[in-house]
Design a protein. Structure first.
Length: 193
């Protein structure tokens, strides 16, 4: 399971998905664009746009399948609910939750994090920090569970930066897969109002 707002999906998301499939030997990587995530204050772009962009971005990653079910839930989305559904749908399967290090540091605050670490191995990819942030990844807050790193060269890219660049009229074609860049352009996403 690899979840995210994917608003928009960018090159680091795709690299992380590829690395997870290869390094963890996954049978399948299910990509879940999130509904209105409880921990993000900003209103996300339309579910249809994020789903379409996720399909464009991850379409070329072997074994990756985009799953839109969290977008159909009313109210906030919780990872633990999706993991429970997956464990019912795939009895006996070993579930793996793939997340970037920034999310891993916040994992202890997620709803039922003790259950999350019981339901899945947590697979953490390093995330390049903003220049001013200090210190390495802080694992001290992680709940007890099974962890597996995903090696990923630091890729200092974020969806926030991409939205800001589009709004400022700056190019983003080096930061998102080509079909996503075209989708953003054609649908006039992230334009300054
Ligand atoms: P935003 O800037 O809007 O907060 P984001 O770039 O962090 O977005 P998300 O969709 O929130 O993107 O991220 C989905 C998942 O991908 C999270 O687990 C996040 O940690 C991980 N991720 C995002 N960008 C990177 C990156 N550059 N390197 C490693 N992991 C990343």
């Amino acid at each position: 399971m690899f979840g995210g707002a994917f608003d928009p999906p960018h090159v680091a998301h795709v690299a992380l998905a590829q690395a997870a499939v290869e390094q963890l030997g996954l049978d399948e990587l299910r990509i879940f664009p999130t509904g209105q995530a409880w921990h993000k204050a900003r209103a996300l772009s339309a579910a249809t746009d994020r789903l379409a962009m996720a399909r464009l971005a991850f379409g070329a990653v072997p074994r990756a399948v985009v799953d839109g079910r969290e977008l159909e839930r009313s109210g906030p989305t919780y990872t633990v609910d999706t993991l429970r559904e997956l464990s019912r749908e795939f009895p006996g399967a070993q579930l793996v939750l793939v997340i970037g290090a920034d999310q891993a540091e916040a994992l202890h605050g997620w709803r039922e994090s003790d259950q999350i670490v019981r339901l899945a191995i947590i697979s953490i990819a390093a995330r390049a920090r903003p220049v001013r942030a200090e210190g390495a990844f802080d694992a001290s807050n992680l709940p007890a569970g099974q962890f597996e790193p995903v090696e990923l060269p630091p890729m200092p890219v974020s969806a926030t930066e991409i939205r800001q660049r589009v709004a400022a009229g700056l190019p983003v074609s080096h930061l998102v897969p080509g079909p996503v860049a075209r989708y953003i352009d054609q649908h006039h996403l992230y334009q300054a109002t």
